[in-house]
Design a protein around this ligand. Sequence first.
Ligand code: FMN
Length: 229
Amino acid sequence: MSAAMTTDVTAGLARLLDERYSCRAFLPGEVPEVTLRHVLALAQRTASWCNTQPWGVHLLSGEATTALADRLTAHVPTRPPVADLPLPAGYSGVYDARRKESGFALYASLGIERGDREARGAQAMLNYRFFGAPHVAIVTTDREQGTYGAIDCGGYVATLLLAAQAAGVAAVPQAAIAMASDAVREHLALPEDRLVVCAVALGLADPDHPANAFRTTRADVDEVVTFVR
Ligand SMILES: Cc1cc2nc3c(=O)[nH]c(=O)nc-3n(C[C@H](O)[C@H](O)[C@H](O)COP(=O)(O)O)c2cc1C
C-alpha cells in the first residue's frame, strides 16, 4: 500500500471515529434492509478469540421493536434488575469523574438540572423505547465462551457502530437493556446458553434534538498508555 493510500485510509477512519457519537433521539423512518444487511456484513469482520465469533444478533424492526419497547417499559419499573453478565462493582476515582462528566453533558444539553431525579429517571427510561429508533440489535454471547466471548462481543459492537456510521446510520449501544435480561430472554425465547450483552439501537438521527447536540471527551493517550522499551 502506498503512503498516500495509507493517509487516505487513516484520514477516513479518523473521520468516522470523530463523527460517530451515541445517538439518543431518532427519526421514525426506517433504514432500508439492504443498508442494514451491509452494516451487519461489515461487522462480521470483527476479530475474535480463535475466530469463534461468539456474538449472536436479533435485529428487530418496526412492530417487533415497538413490542419489545412496550414489554421493557412495563417490566423495568416494577422488577429488580437482572443482568446475565457481572456489572461493574463500582465507579471510583477517574471512572466516577468520567461517568459524571458524560452524564452531566447529556443533562445540560437537555436542560435537566443535576438534582432533578425525576427528569433524569424519565430520560433513563427512554432507553427502553430505544430513543425512538425503528431498529434494535440485541447482541448476545455464548455462555461457554466466558469473559473473552463477552470481549469479542464488545469488539463486534464497536465495529457495528463504525460500520453504521460509515453507512450514515446513527446508533447507540445500550447496556440498559441487559439490566432486564430476564424480560429480553423471555420475549425473544433465547436459549439458556445465550447471554444478553447489550442492545444497539439503529436508525436515522434527529439532527435537531438536544440529546444529540453534545459530544463526549476522551483521556489523552499518555493517561492510558504506558510506553515500555
Ligand atoms: C457497552 C456499552 C453500553 C452502553 N450503554 C448505554 C446505555 O444503556 N444507555 C445510553 O444512553 N448509552 C449507553 N452507552 C453509550 C455510552 O454512554 C457512550 O458510548 C459514551 O458516553 C461515549 O460517548 P459516545 O458514544 O457519544 O462517544 C453504552 C456504551 C457502551 C460501549
